[in-house]
Design a protein around this ligand. Structure first.
Ligand code: FNR
Length: 386
């Protein structure tokens, strides 16, 4: 991983700066796909806004301190307490985002999650992520198809398995509809004009091709994008139940983690099945606009779990301080979707590393302000929620 020019971090010190640059470099359909929520996008804005109400009383007179960000999860040591959440249909936003982020994760020793509906296959990404790879399953109806995908992920080196629970049906996607996103993208005069306005994105697409869902292509007729999407609509998702989760748990020999739980009763049922962690998330506000901000339910879920398994958290995390807030409210590990994609869209190959360095710098700076030096000390903090 080539070192990042300090001038870039000087000019782009926060994830928000990457977001602004990403917006300028993406055509409208790609930006809308990345940034959108659903409905009025209350859930997206609340995910971020609710973090601002969590504060701490810092403690001083601690002498010289050095921050240690390492943390252990599922018996592995990660160098930082955060990682990359699964993001599907990646090719529309930035071709090769999976390669970029998997390499970043391996270089920095934090998890990278590959979506079933990513543009790249587990076979391509597994070796790049090394032992930092997590795989995310959107549940195919047929056990045979599911097991084939799981076998491919396992053979490609993926360890923990995220089973996404919070997509019982496709969400309404008003912003991408208004922007005219069609699958496959239609080459209209507006599209061509947009492509000309965004040469970095256009060059990346010309080099790597239009978006595909390569993991699923194998099972779906011609492999053309519209056939693959139709196949997904017909045969993947919409039928997930507890029995299915049990079957996945029995089949996969690594940690199994249901992703997107918000209700305490679901948490209890998942624990009964023997899941290895609970992933608290509202899918970044992309599925159900009536969902609470994920950070608001975290303390309640932490109480229910009561140390029986680790808690992973995402939705709305935008800074090192937010990571601290989530850890202090009960998370053991914190993931992010959009922030890493903002980095890639803003800076291409170097974008994952730039996002990582911003987050680490912010995490360390805020730990220093608080007077804590380890992740365990963060978890022992007593946040004030206003
Ligand atoms: C997602 N997310 C997601 N989750 C999942 O389990 N499988 C997937 O394929 C996708 N695809 C996807 C695409 C895009 C563009 C985004 C932004 C998100 C949800 C993702 O894993 C994560 O839960 C959210 O992104 C967390 O919220 P933040 O960090 O984006 O605020």
């Amino acid at each position: 991983m080539s070192p990042i020019n300090p001038a870039i971090l000087q000019k782009y010190p926060a994830i928000e700066d990457l977001k602004k640059r990403a917006k300028k470099r993406l055509p409208l359909i790609a930006w809308e796909y990345l940034d959108m929520g659903t409905g009025d996008e209350t859930s997206v804005s609340q995910n971020e806004a609710q973090f601002k109400h969590i504060t701490f009383k810092p403690q001083f007179f601690k002498g010289k301190q050095t921050q240690d960000l390492t943390t252990t999860l599922f018996g592995r040591t990660y160098k930082v307490p955060f990682g990359v959440s699964p993001v599907g249909f990646t090719g529309i936003m930035w071709p090769n985002a999976e390669q970029i982020l998997a390499k970043t994760a391996k270089a920095n020793q934090f998890p990278y999650s590959l979506s079933t509906l990513a543009s790249q296959t587990p076979e391509t990404i597994g070796p790049l992520a090394g032992d930092m790879g997590w795989f995310q399953l959107y549940p195919p109806h047929q056990a045979e198809l599911r097991n084939d995908i799981l076998d491919r992920a396992k053979q490609s080196g993926f360890g923990p398995l995220l089973v996404t629970a919070d997509v019982p049906a496709p969400s309404r996607r008003e912003r991408t509809a208004r922007a005219g996103l069609r699958i496959p993208p239609r080459i209209t005069p507006f599209f061509v004009w947009q492509a000309l306005q965004n040469p970095h994105w256009t060059m990346a697409v010309l080099k790597n091709g239009l978006p595909r869902l390569r993991t699923i292509e194998k099972y779906a007729g011609s492999g053309a994008l519209q056939d693959v999407m139709q196949f997904v609509r017909n045969y993947v998702g919409g039928t997930l139940d507890w029995e299915y989760l049990k079957q996945v748990k029995a089949y996969w020999d690594g940690p199994v983690i249901p992703k997107g739980l918000l209700h305490p009763e679901d948490v209890e049922k998942a624990l009964d099945i023997g899941v290895d962690a609970i992933f608290v998330s509202n899918h970044g506000g992309r599925q159900f606009d009536g969902a609470p901000a994920a950070i608001d339910v975290l303390p309640e879920i932490a109480k229910v779990v009561n140390g029986r398994c680790p808690i992973i958290f995402d939705s709305g995390v935008r800074s090192g301080l937010d990571i601290i807030r989530a850890l202090a409210l009960g998370a053991d590990f914190v993931m992010m979707g959009r922030p890493f994609m903002f980095g890639v869209a803003a800076f291409g190959e170097q974008g994952g590393q730039i996002a990582t360095e911003i987050l680490i710098a912010d995490l360390k700076a805020n730990m220093a302000q608080l007077g804590v030096t380890t992740i365990d000390e963060i978890k022992a903090l007593e946040p004030i929620t206003m």
